[in-house]
Design a binder for this molecule. Structure first.
Ligand code: IPD
Ligand code: CA
Ligand code: CA
Length: 267
């Protein structure tokens, strides 16, 4: 990133987010495949571990020490969301908890920062691969020193696409299975890897051509959406409008495939 072209406060926020994501990632690396205290939340398949909570506590303490006035929305509830500050940090301390609890090596830390309601900074850190994805609005998306660009796949039949399923999948009729079947029959391949934030970063990096999911939360998508957009991709709801602030409906593509994926979503 050309740091001399980025506004000073944006750089300070980026550097802090990178530092906190790296520290949380180090905990995840240390505790990976060790004995964990695994509990359930909204459903029997919605898990949380002490590593989720430890990572969130570390990030919030580090953030409040430097920027005590900023609003914080964090998945495990440790933040303080309020309207007084223009800055809001949206934090998923461990995205991919089911994977983490099973020793499946695909999880990350996701930190998105909004300024007056707009996505400004995104940091996603995969501690096992030591891959740091980040973006600043207007300054591109990066994987370490490499500038990211979405793929040039223009045909759905040549696309690798990812999705995910919500924790109410055992009970809900609104389960994404019909759309999964539809895209499976139309795309080159489909993946369900279990980390929404990494799925978005993989669209930005051209490793995936498209990704969609429902019933997510802001902490799953704020960082990744900015990273996709800054890599030249497109993010929307399933009608092509803005991603809802709650993050509960998202289609992310390399832009070339956006219309084709929206058509599949609405068929
Ligand atoms: C989950 C992951 C998963 C997605 C779920 C999310 P968590 O986040 O991103 O890929 O399918 O809907 O809730 O619970 O591991 O932070
Ligand atoms: Ca998550
Ligand atoms: Ca999480």
């Amino acid at each position: 990133m050309q740091r001399d072209q980025v506004d000073k406060e944006n750089l300070e926020v980026l550097d802090l987010a990178v530092d906190l994501a790296s520290q949380a990632g180090a905990i995840q690396r240390q505790r990976y495949e060790t004995q964990l205290d695994v509990r359930t939340k909204s459903a029997s398949i919605d898990l949380v571990t002490e590593v989720d909570r430890q990572c969130e506590a570390l990030i919030i303490a580090g953030l409040q020490a430097v920027r005590p006035g900023d609003a914080i929305l964090a998945e495990e509830g440790g933040g303080r969301d309020h309207d007084e500050s223009p800055w809001r940090w949206v934090i998923d301390p461990l995205d991919g908890t089911t994977n983490y609890a099973h020793g499946f090596p695909r999880f990350c830390v996701s930190i998105g920062v909004e300024y007056r309601g707009s996505r400004r900074i995104g940091v996603v850190y995969d501690p096992l691969l030591d891959e740091l994805f980040y973006a600043v609005h207007g300054a591109g998306a990066w994987l370490g020193q490499r500038r990211l660009a979405v793929s040039s796949t223009a045909v759905l039949g040549e696309a690798l696409v990812a999705t995910g399923f919500a924790y109410d999948v055992h009970d809900s009729q609104d389960d994404n299975l019909a759309r999964f079947a539809q895209v499976l029959k139309a795309a080159r391949g489909i993946r369900r890897d279990g980390s929404a934030a990494l799925d978005l970063c993989y669209v930005a990096a051209g490793r995936l051509d498209a990704y969609w999911e429902f019933k997510l939360h802001a902490w799953d998508v704020v960082a990744g959406c900015l990273i996709v957009e800054e890599a030249g991709g497109c993010v929307s709801d399933i009608l092509g409008g803005p991603v809802p602030p709650a993050g509960d409906e998202i289609v992310a593509t390399n832009a070339l495939l956006h219309a084709a994926i929206l058509a599949q979503m609405n068929a």
